[in-house]
Design a protein around this ligand. Structure first.
Ligand code: GLU
Length: 469
């Protein structure tokens, strides 16, 4: 990152700003802030050609005020201990904000995925899981990893498979990791959850007339212009749901460059073009931007950084034209940039809230794994039958006829995906209101308010434990 202040220090600065608004005892605040444990491992990988490569990896558990601890595993060359600790810290606050009963954690494996074969990545992932297991850093009630930058359902399948072969508690084993493929105990809706949650969060944010008017905007997503940086799992899904909700995606950025079209870009068409040509550049009708980061400074209503941390710094913050920044990535705005943007009146919807959809649906997956039942299995048919009775009675009383297809549409009981999505929407809406109320009460920005909400909740958990006076 371009700032000389480390990522963890940035997070601590944000924490301290919020902590100043609370009246908790200094020692308790210190306990809430520090990272409880970090496991740094180095292990050998026998490469496909027989040579040996030493791989560096970490798992950081920030807070054990609730168990298990929870957070993804990042596969990237830039991973280091500071980053993993910062991301684990954010996870603690993220979980608290959306009322997910977990402590925060994060893992990192220092690899450039492009340099390794699939079989090598599998061996690395399995060995990493073994290391976690042998040091008691993984388990359904201990620490539950998930996907993050550079990892996805496939890696989670290797993790659960390795864990199952090691544990003597097969009954709960599926709950040792989330973000798994459906066939391996995953839950429907998890893959797109962070992007969908980002959409729900932004939808909530733009629904407040006061907050929009003061920035010269009207309410609603419809017609708003949006730039998304990063077309990975989070960025792609956020852009897609926003487009479906009526937003106009005017800019998209990836590492090879960025494209801009004030009339709007079709997200799926851009993805198809990238697949075909290997780049998002030269998309028909769009203007190429030389540098990917140029996209951040183009005119739009909402800017969504959805890749890595530290992309909006004191260097480029003053040139940002967006009136709203939705932090789909973790830590995209440095603490210095934050101050500059707030001064300009930009509404920053913070990462600890906005990208919490992933861990929220991970929580649903974990519940499903522990209960051994698919959501909706017990209720779907019952709901449908009751709905049918109501609709039939209404239709009869009105002398109306209703086709079988119409009947199906109105009476359908909720299946797993319906329940996951509605649980996610409810979670994101409730949390936004909580944060906004605190922002108004404390006359502060939304990030600080989100941290205040989180600190207070973690403090309550500690007091419920009865450890502290
Ligand atoms: N890696 C995601 C995050 O940063 C998801 C974590 C999880 O589901 O545990 O929030």
């Amino acid at each position: 990152m371009s700032s000389s202040i480390s990522f963890l220090d940035q997070v601590h600065r944000m924490f301290d700003k919020a902590a100043a608004h609370t009246s908790h005892e200094e020692g308790l605040l210190k306990q809430i802030r520090i990272c409880n444990s970090v496991y740094h491992m180095e292990f050998p990988l026998v490469r496909d050609d027989g040579s040996i490569k030493v791989v560096k990896a970490w798992r950081s558990e920030h807070s054990h005020h609730k168990l298990p601890t929870k957070g993804g595993i990042r596969f990237a060359m830039a991973v280091n201990e500071d980053e993993v600790a910062a991301l684990a810290t954010l996870m603690t606050f993220k979980c608290a904000i959306v009322n997910v009963p977990f402590g925060g954690a994060k893992g990192g494996i220092q690899v450039d995925r492009k340099e390794f074969s699939e079989a090598e990545i599998e061996r690395i992932t399995r060995r990493y899981t073994y290391e976690l297991f042998s040091k008691n850093f993984i388990g359904p009630g201990i620490d539950v990893p998930a996907p993050d930058y550079g990892s996805g359902p496939k890696e989670m399948a290797w993790i659960v498979d390795t864990y199952r072969s090691l544990t003597n508690d097969p009954l709960t084993a599926l709950g040792c990791v989330t973000g798994k493929p459906i066939a391996q105990g995953g839950v429907r809706g998890r893959t797109e959850a962070t992007g969908r949650g980002t959409y729900f969060g932004i939808k909530e944010a733009v629904s407040f007339a006061d907050d929009m008017e003061s920035r010269g905007l009207t309410t609603g997503i419809e017609g708003k212009t949006i730039i998304v940086q990063g077309l990975g799992n989070v960025g792609y899904h956020a852009a897609k749901f926003i487009q479906e909700g009526g937003g106009i995606i005017v800019g998209l950025a990836e590492y090879e460059g960025a494209i801009y079209d004030e009339n709007g870009l079709d997200v799926d068409a851009v993805v198809a073009h990238r697949k075909e040509t290997g780049s998002i550049l030269d998309f028909p009708g769009a203007t190429n931007l030389a540098q990917s980061s140029d996209a951040l400074e183009m005119p739009c209503d909402i800017l969504i950084p959805a890749a890595l941390e530290g992309v909006i710094t004191s260097e480029n913050a003053a040139r940002i034209k967006a009136k709203i920044i939705g932090e789909a990535a973790n830590g995209p705005v440095t603490a210095d940039a934050d101050a500059i943007l707030l001064e300009k009146g930009v509404l920053i919807i913070p990462d600890v809230y906005l990208n919490a959809g992933g861990v929220t649906v991970s929580y649903f997956e974990w519940l499903k794994n522990l209960s051994h039942v698919r959501f909706g299995r017990m209720s779907k048919r019952f709901e449908q039958a009751s709905n049918e009775r109501i609709v039939k009675a209404l239709a009869d009383s009105m002398g109306a006829t209703i086709s079988e297809e119409e009947m199906m549409q109105v009476t359908k009981g909720a299946d797993e995906l319906d329940l996951v999505n509605s649980g996610l929407e409810e979670t994101m809406a409730t949390a936004y209101h909580e944060i906004r109320d605190v922002a108004i009460e404390k006359k502060t920005d939304f990030r600080t308010a989100a941290f205040i909400v989180a600190i207070n909740k973690v403090a309550v958990s500690y007091s419920e434990m009865g450890i502290f006076p």
